[in-house]
Every structure is written in C-alpha cells, then in structure tokens.
Ligand binder design. Sequence first.
Ligand SMILES: Cc1ncc(COP(=O)(O)O)c(C=O)c1O
Length: 367
Amino acid sequence: MSIPLLDLQAQYLELKDELDGVIGEVMSTAGFIGGPRVKELEAAIAEYCGTKHAVACGNGTDALFLIMHALGIGKGDEVITTPFTFIATAEAIAHVGATPVFVDIEPDTYNMDVSLLEAAITERTKAIMPVHIFGQCVDMDPLLEIAERHGLHVIEDACQAIGATYRGKRAGSLADVAAFSFFPSKNLGCAGDGGILTTDSDEIAAACRKMANHGTTVKYYHDTIGVNSRLDSVQAAILLVKLPHLDRWNAERRAAAAVYDELLADLDLVTPVTRDFGEEVVHLYIVASPERDRLISALQAAGIGSAAYYPVPLHLQEAFTHLGYAEGSLPVAEAACPQTFALPAFPGITREQQEEVVRVLREALAG
Ligand SMILES: Cc1ncc(COP(=O)(O)O)c(C=O)c1O
C-alpha cells in the first residue's frame, strides 16, 4: 500500500470543479495581479484570525522579512528565536542585517522554551520571534509578559499553524504581528508560493503593504526602496475556495494524530505532546527515535512517505557558522534533530492506512 506523507492530489480532486472554475474565471478576466480576489482573501484571513488587517505577499519568508522592515529592525539588532524550525525564520532576521539569537526548545513540544528567554535578552534585543512549530502554539502568555517588561516586539512565525488556538484566540492574533505561509504543503496551501501577514496595527500593515509593492502607495512615486512581493489572483482565488474547508481539514489532522497516539502507544517511539492551552492543527505528526534513519528507510521501502524534521538545528547550519554557536550549546534541539521525523497524517488519511504505517514501524523496530 503506497501512502504519501501528504496527499495533495486528493485535496485537489475533492474540490476540483470549484478550483478549476475559479482558475478559469481569473484567466478569462486576465486580472492576474492584485484585484478583488486578493482583497477578498485579505478580508477573509483577517476575519478568520481575528485581526484588523491581513496583508498578502509572495510567501511566508517574505511576510517575515516585510515585518522586520516595518518594525525598523536592522543592523546591530538582535531577534530571539528557536533553532528548531525551517531556515526561513532566521533568514528573515539575517536578511535585514540583524542577528538571530537562538534559545533552546522544550523536549516534548519542540517549541521555544520560554523559561530560557529572559537570559537571552541583551541591550540589542529588539524582538522575539516564536514559531508555532508543527501547528502547536508556543506558550504565549509568559512570553508576552517578558516582551512587555523589556519593551520588545513579538512576531509570530505562524507559517505552520493556521487555525491553531491559544487560550481561545487564533494564531496570528496573539502578538504584534504574524506571518503565514501558503506553501502547497501547509494546512492551507495554494498552487505555488503565497503568504500573508496579520496584525491589529495600522502602521505595521501600511508599512508592510508599501514595502511589498516597491515602496509605493502612489503609482510611480517611491519614497522608500521596496521589493516586489505580491500574491497573485489565481492563488487568492484558490485559497478562497479552500479556506471554508480548513477547520474540517484541521479536525481530520487532529483525529489522525489521536489514532496514531493510540496505535503507537506500545511502541518504543516518542509521540508528540499536546499542551492544554489550545487546539493544535497537526501540521506534521512528529515522532522521535534514535533509530530514525533506519525507520524512515523501512517506511520508504514499504512505499510510505516520511521525512526528517529538522535534521540540523539552525545554530549549527553552515550558513550560520559566523554566529559562533558551538556543538552542545543548545542541547535539547541538538538531541531532537537526529531523532525526529514525520508520519503521514493528512486530512482524509484512513485508519487502515495508519495501521499499515504502524505495522511497518513495528516490524522495523522489532528487526
Ligand atoms: C516555520 C516556517 N517559517 C517560515 C516558512 C516560510 O514560508 P514560505 O515557504 O512560504 O516562504 C515556513 C515554510 O516553508 C515555515 O515552515
């Protein structure tokens, strides 16, 4: 039985007529950049997340980069984040000339360990960038309390967490500003690259919108150097078709996670831990084992998709050697990286498929 890590084909087939219809509509109107679909999507995402504004852009990395600019973060500034994330989080910090400062993670949720945050704050710290990794929110209350005490901005990297909640509020509305990715494999994905940022701040929204559009608010008049980072109308139209299904898909992901929790209970594998302060959206179902690479090979040999997340923590990536982190400096992230991997847990996965995944894992662990 072949089981992909994520079944995007099935998601397309489920909504094929509607998706084909809206793509055809954009093609026939030839309004490819900007336009009513993008505005509609911004309004829909702002409403979904519970924020005043949403500003669409080219991708999640750009959303973070635009936010850095809007907050005036640059050379000489430090931004505290996690080493256990996709590189885009720290890239956005580095690209404006600021320095990413990594704090270690919790061993069970893989999220930033907020108890280590205060010790990492220096005179240069400008912001904290928590990442809601794998779709579970960081413990935001103590983080926001520390940020407020030190006068720091807080930027949610919510790229993996659309729909997740923390104490009754949605990811994207928990701090000053947040970034989302619509990369195809995300819980709400488009058919290419796409991103959006959400905020209650008129100033941040306006600054990001301007920066994303060549530094202009009046066509051909530029009072600042911007970039070209826009969401196109085809992507916006696709996302508008998919958004009404997001909560159901997230519920199906949670149901799949619950099935794995049950089926894996007697195996020598570490299963993910969920905090009780909100609802996670299981962007990825992550398990851990010292036998990780052998288990991934066994799954792949059986036609089952699986992948290591994340094989190397950011502080030990070659791109960040200039930051001077030594091996052993962030021991929890370093212990997780050789062990953690994702199992198929996409919306619509059947119990039979999950039983097959677990059968292969059981056999591999026994052998
Ligand atoms: C945690 C995190 N941050 C940022 C990004 C960047 O998003 P994008 O690929 O849309 O640029 C991603 C996804 O790829 C991500 O998972």
